[in-house]
Ligand binder design. Structure first.
Ligand code: AMP
Length: 577
């Protein structure tokens, strides 16, 4: 949030609401809030041109909460939303903002919910009802929703309600509400039918539009990541591990989020600190000078705290939470690319926030390109490179005589080759901070575009069996399961194919021994896949798969299947080995 200089405390909101905002970690009103709150507090009708992500819920919820009479247990405010999800979300927001208001009740009502439960809840006398048009109208018709004390009505995402065919219901509901009520209508666009409603049912509404100014940000490379599949904090770490940067600012929306993120990043070994309005001036100045001097590399800031921040080192800005408006975005990314240098800005955009992305592109007159999140494989490679550099440094700077002798002695005592000993030592050295990224615990969810791509690739993998290349180098791996564990070849094929989502045609020769087995897999299996395979159980034992050597095999292709479709597994017969 950018140019707004108003504070919540300037807006005549009651102390219990201000307290809740503090709990929420909101620092300053977003532009739409700064404009709407005084108008709605005043009893004026408002026509808000705003979309999700601008803070519009609080823009109407805060002033209208302020006007409730909590002694009265009758609906005084009705909010209509297009979907049940939004109804719940809005009701939750009311609950949060009213957490210090005793005797406050809000009730979400929507289709598909049990009527008798809703009736019971309606009898408790909520002051605020948030519902979808169809169900609200049902209750009006059944005379189970008393609108006699209603003094405010909000239409949230009016254009969505129109698009979903609810507009007639909305009009009927409006006609049923007392004429004296105050009305607020929020819509990202203003189609003709909505304009008509505003003329017919609203009382000289004030239009609130957050103008998107165009701005230039030429020397800054702008990219976005569509939030999907990986949680935002993991995505942030992957980016921080793989991007080249000197100084970074990560923008979060709330003060609480800045502190949480800073703690999480510090726990992951980054020199990171929060910068927010809760910190006093001295502490803020100290934090900024630590960034300037290189003692800190990453600041996690709110818009207000980072306003005017001028540190040449900052060459990367990450918009962890998308800003409410384009101006805030321009301010944020302007923290990089200082003094004519080049900068990079990464924006996290959830599906429901995509409209804000388009608005930013329009305002900055620049296309923001989509990025893929660095794969676990890339992260692992980065870690290995950094580890290698560390080894090189130790080798050139430290006296290693004692250790080299010890290593000779250990190889001899343990009958280990130098590679085997080095493997064990490397494992120990990285155990606390593993080089390999572990597999995600939850299945990977992809964006719509990726889904389509995966679908196509999955089909091609299956249909394309005849066109495989057929002279390839394979990697041979050892599995710590064998005949003594009652393991058969089909168990191994099944486990590897299903658990790792590898098409069975990418599985080469399998050989069973008493205490272990060997398996050929295509050359260059991704490390993350191997990490996952290690913990796959066959006949109750982890495979603990380990690379053995390379083999030449003239029968099978080399591309592991990484799509989402199920691999086709043909049980293998032992004669193959
Ligand atoms: P909305 O546009 O109402 O969907 O709000 C988008 C998000 O912004 C929600 O997660 C709100 O909790 C958050 N939010 C709303 N107002 C503020 C504010 N003044 N400061 C920080 N976060 C806010």
């Amino acid at each position: 949030m950018s140019d707004t200089t108003v504070a919540f405390s300037d807006l005549n909101l009651n102390p219990s609401i201000l307290k809740a905002l503090k709990d929420e970690g909101y620092e300053t009103p977003s532009p739409i809030q700064a404009e709407c709150i005084p108008l709605l507090l005043d009893g004026t009708d408002v026509l808000g041109m705003a979309q999700t992500g601008t803070g519009k819920t609080a823009a109407f919820a805060l002033p209208l909460l302020n006007r409730l009479d909590l002694k009265q247990s009758k609906p005084q405010l009705l909010v209509l939303t297009p979907t049940r999800e939004l109804a719940i979300q809005v009701a939750e927001a009311f609950q949060a903002y009213a957490r210090h208001m005793k005797q406050f009740h809000v009730l979400p009502i929507y289709g598909g919910q049990n009527y008798s439960l809703q009736l019971k809840q309606l009898r408790r006398g909520p002051q605020v009802v948030v519902g979808t048009p169809g169900r609200v109208l049902d209750h009006i018709n059944r005379k189970t929703l008393d609108l006699s004390a209603l003094n405010a009505l909000v239409l949230d995402e009016a254009d969505e309600m129109l698009r979903m065919g609810f507009i007639d219901d909305v009009e009927t509901i409006m006609a049923e509400t007392p004429e004296s009520r105050q009305t607020a209508l929020f819509s990202a666009t203003m189609p003709q039918q909505i304009k008509r409603i505003t003329k017919r049912y609203m009382n000289d509404p004030k239009e609130v539009k957050i103008a998107a100014k165009t701005s230039t940000v030429e020397n800054i490379e702008q990219i976005f990541w569509k939030v999907a599949g990986v949680n935002k904090i993991d995505a942030l770490s992957r980016i921080l591990e793989t991007e080249e940067y000197d100084g970074v600012i990560v923008f979060a929306r709330t003060k609480t989020a800045t502190v949480e993120l800073a703690e999480k990043l510090e726990a992951r070994g980054y020199a990171a600190s929060a910068l927010n309005g809760d910190m006093n001036q001295t502490l803020r100045e100290r934090t900024v000078s630590r960034l300037k001097s290189g003692k800190l590399d990453i600041l996690i800031a709110t818009d207000v705290a980072a306003r005017g921040l001028d540190v040449d080192r900052i060459d990367l800005v990450i918009n962890y939470d998308i800003p409410y408006d384009t101006e805030a975005y321009v301010h944020r990314i302007g923290r990089t690319g200082r003094a004519g240098r080049k900068g990079k800005a990464i924006l996290f955009v959830a599906h429901r926030e995509r409209r804000l992305l388009f608005a930013i592109e329009k305002a900055t007159k620049q296309k923001i390109t989509e990025m893929d999140l660095p794969s676990r494989d890339i992260v692992t490679k980065k870690r290995v490179t950094a580890f290698r550099d560390q080894i090189q440094q130790v080798f050139s700077e430290e006296k290693l005589h004692f250790y080299q002798e010890l290593s000779d002695q250990l190889s001899e005592e343990l009958s280990l080759s130098p590679a085997e000993l080095a493997g064990a030592l490397l494992y120990l050295a990285q155990k606390e901070k593993p080089l390999q990224m572990p597999a995600d615990p939850e299945p990977r969810k992809s964006s719509f575009r990726e889904d389509r791509k995966d679908g196509r690739e999955g089909r091609r993998d299956r249909d394309d069996r005849s066109s495989r290349s057929n002279s390839e180098t394979w990697d041979r791996y050892k599995l710590e399961v064998g005949r003594n564990d009652s393991v058969e070849v089909k168990h191994i094929v099944g486990a590897i194919a299903n658990e790792a989502d590898i098409n069975s045609r990418f599985i080469g020769h399998i050989k069973l021994h008493d205490s272990y087995s060997t398996i050929e897999l295509p050359e260059g299996m991704p490390d993350d896949l191997l990490a996952k395979l290690k913990t796959v159980q066959i006949c109750g034992k982890n495979t603990n798969i380990e690379f053995l050597d390379k083999t030449k095999n003239s029968r099978r292709p080399s591309r592991p299947h990484r799509g989402k479709s199920k691999p086709h597994v043909k049980p293998r017969r032992e004669q193959r080995s």
